[in-house]
Structure formats: C-alpha cells, structure tokens
Design a binder for this molecule. Structure first.
Ligand code: PBG
Length: 339
C-alpha cells in the first residue's frame, strides 16, 4: 500500500486540520447548547423570604413564592426556556389534597410567576402526588387484591390527577408534566383538559421513567421519600428491556402526548437515542436528575473536576444522544456560562 491521495489515507488526510485553528473548530461545532431549550426545576414551599438550602443539592433551594418570583425573573432574563415547578405543601394527607386545591401551593406559585415572566417563558408544572401525600407515594393507596401489599391504586389516582391537572391549568400553567407513571395518565389528562376548554395546553409525558437510585437527593428537595416500600410497582425497572421503554413511549403517543421524556438522562443515553430514532417526529426531552447533579457538584466542590466544562460536556452528551429539551438543575449556571 502506498500513501497515495485516496480518501482516508494519511498524509493527504489530516483530521487535525479541523483542529489547529480556533475559527475552524468553532465553524465545525455540531453540538450547540442553547439555554432556551433548558427547563430549570424549582421547589416552592410556604412562607415569606424563605430560601431553604437543599443539603444534598448544593446550590439549589426550596423557595417561598416571593423568592421564587425573583429567581424566575433571573432565569427569564438569562434566556432559559422555562421552569418546572414542584410544590412542598404546608400540610400533607393520604390523598394529597393540597395538590387538588385552587389555593394550594402550586396554584398560588403559578399565578405569581405567570404575572412576571415574558411571553415565551414556559411555566411547566409537575403533576404527581408524592410531594403532597403523607405516605410519599405518587397516588392514592389501596391493598392490592393480588399481592396483599399496599400499592398505588392506578385508576383512582387517575381521577385525582385530572383534578390536579385542571388546578394547574386554571392557575395558568403553560404545560403539564405527569411524573407518576400511572397507566393511562396521558389519555385521562388529555380528556380532562379538552372537556374544560384547555385543548391547546400541551402535555409533557414522563414516558420512560425508571425507578432510579439517582432520585435520592430530589426526595430531600421535595420531601417526597416514600414512607414504606419503593416505587418499583409503577416506575420502570432499570434492568428491563429497552423495548419496554419504547412501548411506554408508543402508548403515551397513542394517548395524545405532545412531548416525550426519558428520565434519568445519563444512565439511559441509549434509551434517549433509541427514542429519537424510533419516534423522530415527537419532541424528546430528558431529565438530568438530582443525583446526576449532586454527583458532579460534589466532585466540583472538592476541586476534583472543572465544573463548567464537565457540565457543558454532560449536557452536550444528552443533546447528542437525541434530547433537544433538557430538564436540568444547571439551567441557570449553564445559561450564564453559555453567554
Ligand atoms: C415525582 C418525581 C421524582 C422526580 C421528579 N418527579 C422523584 C421520584 O419519582 O421519586 C425526580 C427528579 C430528580 O431526581 O431530579 N414522582
């Protein structure tokens, strides 16, 4: 073999020509992050002037509504796409009543935030009950006639979920995002919204959500750890067949979902890519969850890694895998870095 000038042969082919010059590197970038496709999760709690640090998520706080409004203005000014709101109510009970009240924490928060944000800034609400129930599960409980264990009652939870969804819609939410992994939730919410005049309100479905250990820090943030058992009877098993995630997504699409989600992001980049390839016509989001945030934060605070570079590389990997929308606790910082 001679070193002739045929394609792929060195020395005619020198891939470093794309790297020597900073301008060429910039010109040939392919994964370009944009803050307007970040959704920043925020936790709202009762009170005035409260910024309660979440110890397992350095840099993130539970905020009272007045503080939330300030934070949201900053995000809006930075060009972040929107927020995803989680509520920590004053009172929890067995069904999660606060979530179904027009005076509940989320309804109040949405109204306050919608008053100050720009036209394009999106206020997305988490539709789930684990933050509102005293047992910490994502719906109402009943003893299963099959296993004789206490478990979330799927269909009874659907009815409450529709009530919760309408509370969010009436408060002014721009999008609703059910995270409870109940069967049929998208269809139930869609019908409920349509019957009440909200046929234009989109649903972002947590279509493929795994029962992940990476949610650990979130449960402190949302005060939503289950008091007994775990979420394995409703969330997907991490070791289940990837095709099951595709079934979950297909089901949500059939029921009328507008945007699909894979969650968590990093341990499931393969699932994100598969979803992107199999459902190219549906906008795909990924949730870069609390544990992913906290691991990187911990290493950064120890001085072991360069946080900015690691975070942007991480968010880039999620986008490259196929998610154009990223739900991330780095929304604010990453927007600053990208400026
Ligand atoms: C509630 C919910 C959870 C998260 C989002 N919505 C926790 C859970 O399912 O236990 C996790 C988000 C994160 O870890 O950042 N169902």
């Amino acid at each position: 073999m001679s070193h002739e000038n045929h394609t792929g042969s060195f020395p005619a082919t020198r891939l470093r020509r794309l790297r020597y010059h900073a301008g060429v590197r910039r010109l040939t970038r392919d994964t370009i992050l944009s803050p307007d496709r970040f959704i920043h999760p925020l936790f709202v709690r009762p009170g005035q002037g409260v910024r309660q640090p979440i110890s397992a998520m350095p840099g993130q706080d539970q905020l009272s509504i007045d503080e939330l409004v300030k934070e949201v203005k900053i995000l809006d000014d930075l060009g972040v796409g929107g927020i995803m709101l989680f509520g920590v109510p004053e009172v929890k009970d067995s069904v999660g009543s606060d979530a179904m009240s027009d005076d509940g924490i989320i309804a109040q928060a949405v109204r306050a935030v919608k008053d100050v944000v720009s036209r394009e800034f999106l206020v997305v609400t988490d539709v789930c009950f684990c933050e509102y129930t005293d047992h910490g599960h994502c719906g109402v409980l009943k003893e299963s006639p099959c296993t004789h264990e206490w478990d979330v009652d799927n269909d009874a939870t659907l009815a409450n979920t529709v009530t919760q969804t309408l509370v969010h819609a009436r408060a002014g939410a721009d999008m609703v995002a059910p995270s409870g992994m109940m069967d049929g939730v998208i269809g139930a919410m869609r019908r409920g919204l349509d019957q009440n005049g909200f046929e234009q309100l989109p649903i972002m479905g947590y279509s493929a959500k795994y029962a992940s250990a990476f949610y650990g820090p979130f449960r402190e943030a949302a005060e939503s750890a289950p008091k007994f058992g775990d979420r394995r009877s409703y969330q997907m098993a991490p070791d289940s067949a990837p095709a099951q995630a595709m079934r979950e997504i297909a089901q949500d699409i059939e029921e009328g979902v507008d945007i699909i989600m894979v969650k968590p992001a990093l341990p499931y980049l393969d699932i994100i890519r598969m979803a992107k390839d199999q459902f190219p016509g549906v906008p795909l989001s990924a949730y870069n969850v609390s544990g992913e945030y906290s691991m990187t934060k911990a290493a950064a605070l120890n001085g072991w890694i360069d946080e900015q570079r690691v975070v942007l590389e991480t968010l880039g990997s999620i986008q490259r895998a196929g998610a154009t929308i990223i739900i991330t606790y780095w929304g604010k910082e990453a927007a600053l870095w990208l400026k």
